[in-house]
Structures are given as structure tokens and as C-alpha cells.
Ligand binder design. Structure first.
Ligand code: ZN
Length: 142
């Protein structure tokens, strides 16, 4: 299984997300401090090589190229276009109820996971079509 693909359930917890921001470049006086990033659903997944690569636990959107003035909630909403169950719910981590998680967040999260898997599959399929087309072109030059 791809690293961090589906067994990141611990990241439902805002404190677990917060602890992933060890190498995060934006600390004090920024709009995207680790606290605000974790609160907006993100955790770091890029390691030391890509310290500003984050993933949303809830919709699995990955974002990098952060600027100190970027607001995590605004960026999250604008890049997921209504597809993130956490953004749609509009609650802070401490406001989430068990019912929110069980009846909305987790089912929607599964949907996001499946969509992501489907996208990956479609990418691979298209890549293979492309490769085959090239092979055919080599065999039968125009
Ligand atoms: Zn999200």
C-alpha cells in the first residue's frame, strides 16, 4: 500500500496532526502556523525533503507552495471546491461530535479515498494507452 494512504486514522486527532509540523517553515507571525494548519485539517506528509507539503486528513487533498500570509481554511476551501467534508461541516476540531465523525466525516472520507484511487487508476490507464500508441506508431510508421 502506498505510504500513508489509508492507515492515517490517527490524524483524525488535531493533536496528532499538530505533531507532524516539526519541519514546518512558518511559525510565529504567519497566517499558516502549525496550530492553524492542524486546525484546518492538515498534517505534514512531505518529510524533510518537502517540509511544506501537507495533506487534508478528511479529503486527502495535498497542497504545497505555502506563503506566510496564506490562510489554511481559505486555501483548503478554494482548492477542494466543495468536496471536503470537513470544510463543508464548518466546525473547529473541538466542536466535532462523535455523530459528525461517524455519520458524515468517515463516509465522506471513504468517498474521497475512492475518488482518489479512481483518479490514480485513470491516470495509469491513460499512461498505458499513451505507451501502447507509441509502440504502435513505432511498428507502423505513417
Ligand atoms: Zn479537506
Amino acid at each position: 500500500m502506498e505510504k500513508g494512504k489509508a492507515n492515517d486514522s490517527i490524524m483524525l486527532d488535531v493533536n496528532a496532526r499538530l505533531q507532524t509540523f516539526k519541519h514546518w517553515p512558518f511559525k510565529e507571525d504567519c497566517a499558516c502556523t502549525p496550530e492553524k494548519m492542524a486546525e484546518a485539517g492538515f498534517y505534514c506528509c512531505g518529510g524533510e525533503n518537502e517540509p511544506d507539503l501537507v495533506r487534508c486528513y478528511f479529503c486527502r487533498k495535498e497542497l504545497d507552495g505555502w506563503e506566510p500570509d496564506d490562510d489554511p481554511w481559505t486555501e483548503h476551501a478554494s482548492h477542494t471546491r466543495g468536496l471536503c467534508p470537513y470544510v463543508n461541516l464548518g466546525k473547529k476540531p473541538h466542536e466535532l461530535t462523535v455523530m459528525d465523525v461517524l455519520s458524515i466525516i468517515e463516509p465522506e472520507r471513504s468517498k474521497c479515498l475512492m475518488m482518489k484511487m479512481h483518479d490514480n487508476w485513470a491516470d495509469k490507464f491513460n499512461q498505458r494507452c499513451e505507451d501502447k500508441r507509441r509502440e504502435i506508431d513505432v511498428c507502423a510508421p505513417k
